[in-house]
Design a protein. Sequence first.
Length: 339
Amino acid sequence: MNAHDLHAVAVAMVEKGRGILAADESTGTIGKRFAGIGVENVEENRRNYREMLFTTKGVGEYISGVILYDETLRQACKDGTAFPKYLADHGMIPGIKVDAGAKALAGFPGEKITEGLDGLRERLAEYVKLGAKFAKWRAVIDINDDIPSDFCIRANAQALARYAALCQEAGIVPIVEPEVLMDGAHDIARCEAVTGETLSQVFRELHNHRVFLEGMVLKPNMVISGKKCPQQAGVEEVAEATVRCLTRYVPSAVPGIAFLSGGQSDAVATAHLNAMNAAFELPWQLSFSYGRALQAPALKAWGGKAGNIETGQRALALRARLNGLATLGEYSADMEKAA
C-alpha cells in the first residue's frame, strides 16, 4: 500500500456519518464481560458473539471499520466466510490490535509501558495476508499526584511512533492510541494538561520516525474529569476543552480523530462527540472508535442465547446509528428516550 492508498484508507475510516467498532478485547477482557452475563469464556462463544455483531443488518451504514483481536481475525462466520472477508464485503474495513498490552514500567511505580514491538514487522506481514488494512496500538497514561512522569509519556510516545512506522512500512494504516485514563480524582484542567503534553510528545516522535501523518488515524481520550473527581465537567465543557487541546497539538495533516470512550457510559460518550461536531469547524473529521460504549447494550441483550441474536443486533444497530449521527452533530438525548 503506497502513501496514496494509506491516505485513502485513513480517510475512509473516519468518513462522516460512520465510525469504528472496537471488537478487539483480549481473551481475558472478554471473559470479564461474559462473566457479567453468565456466559462461559470459550472460543465458540467468543466467535458467536463477534458474528452477531458483524452480521447486524445495515450496520455498515454507520460502522466504517472493525478492530479485531488476533483470534478473531482468524475466525469465520458459520457459513465459512472469514470475518475479514465478510466485513470487507459489507463495506467495513478489517483491522487488527497488535500491541501485547500495558505492563509495569520498571523503576516507575504506578506507570505502564505498552509492549509488543518484538516481532511486530513479521506479524504485520501475516496480518496483511489475512486481510487487515489497519492496526491499533494503545498506550496508557495514568494520572495521580506525582504521575505521569515525563519519561513515561516519552517512552510510550516512542513506542507508538515505532509501531506506526512499522505499520506504514507494511502497508497498514496505524491507529495511534495514547489514552490518558479517567480513573483518578483529577479535574478536567489536569486532564487537559496531561493530554496536551502527551499529544505533543506523540507527534514529536511521529515526526522523528518519519510517519506519514496523512496515512494514520489518532485515537485519543476526550478531555474529561476523572471518575473520582467530585466536580464533573458538563458536556459543553468537555467538548470545548477537548477541541482546544486537539487544536493546539494535532496537525491538520491527520485525516481524522476517532475517540475512545474510556469508561464513559454509552449515551454520554455519544453526547460528547455530538457536542464537538455540532459546535466547531475543525481541520480533521471527529469520529468514534468505541468498544464497550457500542457493545454493552448488545452484550446484555444477547446474554449468550441464540434466540436473542436479533435483539442484540438491534441494540448494536441503535448505538451505531446514534453515534453516526453524532459525527454529523445531529444527535440529541431525546433519541435515547424515543429508542
